[in-house]
Design a protein around this ligand. Structure first.
Ligand SMILES: C[S@@+](CC[C@H](N)C(=O)[O-])C[C@H]1O[C@@H](n2cnc3c(N)ncnc32)[C@H](O)[C@@H]1O
Length: 511
């Protein structure tokens, strides 16, 4: 998540965004850029968060034990927020009016679960060094969580571990039927790939990654830990040394310089220049290094903030305090939910890694898989034209088409123009289709694209109206419209996808 640093000493943004003093490589909270759905840059949303359900303060014994631990041994500083639920979803409510720029939570590094670059095996009793070396960051952090869990009351993080959600509700934990309810081949394929990857990591752990005499975790525990990690971790640039380390180095260099001068071993002027050069090199080296290395952190209490893309608050690393913090990016009234931003993410990414879709998410897109199948079903396309497209630089552009509310990407438009062009025009090649044709041709193109969008909507299996009725339908048990958690999440997700396609139709002038 991003970093807000107004009124605070240098901080490093943890997660997406490059606009802060120590720019951190974009990584949507727990989501690495390569894993995110393609999402073109969009202006930051300006709207206020939609009306929120009322806060119900959490006063159960686990939450109380956690908060006492946070205040006491964990030395977590917080003001103006308290754990609460909002229509059943746990988050942080403003316990009093919160001013813009107020420091909300500050977690010392020692109370967080942190993975630094090249960190040695932190759980030698649980995994072998070979497994650790080969494992991706989230699997390493997953076993770190499992290690704390195994320690039970002995773990320094026990009260935090105890209140982690038993079920994170993310689709990687779902079965076939629940995934099918997403009605969206692109995400279903991504999640199935994720399931394969996690299963492989687990199999490796059981087969060769567990030290002799140790018991491997259950598959359920392993998947639980990985899903906690993927939905609660922030990432940002890694600064090798803390201020304390840096001061120790400076003191050592100064002592050597003074010693050298006192013993008459070197010219004082030269010694001073050398000492300054050493210190400058040290600082510059770390600054350069911090741009290429990444750290990952799960911070108790900060991990209770829910996401809202209309809010700008981010998580940051505070170098001087060696701590992670969140500062309010706007005012919050007492009782209101205090959100942060997990970064500019489409609902594909929010659903896959966090298990929810944001209503009217300005970053949302619709990724249409195999658009060519609709085009060939709706219009006759000659074999030779298809082959010419396949042989062109646009060969793959209709496989995963990232459609925004505003419309189709330029490459897809070009490919469709080429496929639909008359023989004479097509003879000029694919590149000639990059520009808009005559008004009649463009009108025909819009008509065809609208048919493609409608075909996609029709094969989804339910209409927007039916989905909305499902979500609002009767049914108790704290379930949305009587739906189970995954069902409700899947329906809410496909509602948003249908809304994106609806906006595309409107922008094509088709509604
Ligand atoms: C960092 S945790 C936030 C705290 C979490 N709600 C909890 O109870 O532990 C991220 C998880 O919170 C939930 N979450 C975050 N923002 C949300 C939102 N806007 N709507 C619904 N659920 C959200 C999702 O389950 C997500 O995986």
């Amino acid at each position: 998540m991003h970093l807000q640093q107004l009124g605070h000493p240098p901080r490093a943004a943890l997660a997406p965004g490059q606009r802060r003093p120590l720019p951190f490589a974009p990584c949507a909270g727990p989501v690495a850029p390569a894993e995110r759905s393609p999402s073109p840059p969009q202006p930051p949303p300006q709207q206020q968060p939609p009306q929120q359900p009322p806060a119900v303060a959490l006063e159960d014994s686990r939450t109380q034990a956690f908060m006492s631990w946070a205040r006491g041994p964990a030395s977590i500083r917080f003001a103006g927020v308290r754990p609460s639920t909002f229509a059943g979803v746990r988050g942080l409510a403003a316990s009093s009016d919160v001013a813009n720029d107020a420091l909300l939570v500050e977690v010392p590094r020692r109370s967080a679960v942190v993975l630094a670059p090249k960190q040695r095996n932190s759980c030698p009793g649980l995994v072998t060094d070979e497994w650790w070396r080969a494992a991706p960051w989230f699997a390493k952090m997953g076993v770190m969580l499992l290690w704390h869990k195994r320690q039970g009351g002995q773990s320094s993080l026990a009260p935090w571990i105890a209140q982690l959600p038993a079920d994170t509700g993310v689709p990687v934990l779902w079965g076939e039927r629940q995934l099918a309810a997403l009605q969206y081949p692109h995400l279903i394929a991504q999640v199935k790939e994720q399931q394969r990857e996690w299963q492989q990591l687990y199999d490796e752990l059981v087969r060769t990654g567990t030290p002799a005499g140790a018991q491997p975790p259950s598959r359920e525990d392993f998947f639980w830990a990985m899903s906690c990690v993927r939905s609660r971790t922030f990432s940002g640039p890694y600064i090798g040394s803390t201020l304390q380390d840096r001061l120790r180095t400076a003191a050592l260099v100064a002592a050597l310089a003074v010693g050298n001068t006192a013993l008459g071993l070197a010219d004082p002027q030269k010694t001073l220049s050398a000492a300054i050069a050493v210190l400058l090199f040290n600082v510059l080296y770390e600054l350069i290094l911090s741009r290429s290395l990444k750290q990952y952190a799960i911070c108790p209490l900060i991990d209770l903030f829910n996401h809202n893309s209309a809010v700008q608050s981010e998580v940051s690393y505070n170098y001087f305090g060696d701590s992670y913090s969140v500062v309010a990016s706007r005012e919050f009234k007492k009782g209101e939910q205090v959100f942060i931003s997990y970064g500019a993410q489409s609902n594909d990414s929010l659903m896959q890694y966090y298990g929810f879709a944001e209503a009217d998410n300005p970053q949302d897109v619709y990724v249409m898989s195999d658009m060519l199948r609709w085009l060939t079903a709706l219009r006759p396309v000659g074999q030779s034209r298809l082959e010419a497209l396949k042989a062109s630089p646009l060969a793959a552009c209709l496989q995963q088409v990232v459609i925004q509310r505003a419309g189709f990407p330029a490459e897809a438009l070009q490919a469709v123009r080429f496929l639909m062009a008359g023989e004479q025009q097509a003879a000029a090649g694919v590149s000639s289709a990059s520009k808009a044709g005559s008004p009649e041709q463009e009108a025909q193109l819009a008509l065809l694209l609208a048919e493609v969008v409608r075909a996609e909507l029709e094969q989804m299996g339910s209409s927007l109206k039916e989905d909305l009725a499902l979500l609002s339908g009767g049914g108790g048990g704290g379930r949305k419209g009587g739906l189970s958690g995954p069902e409700a999440a899947a329906v809410a997700f496909r509602v948003e996808k249908k809304r994106v396609l609806g906006a595309v139709l409107r922008n094509l002038g088709a509604e």
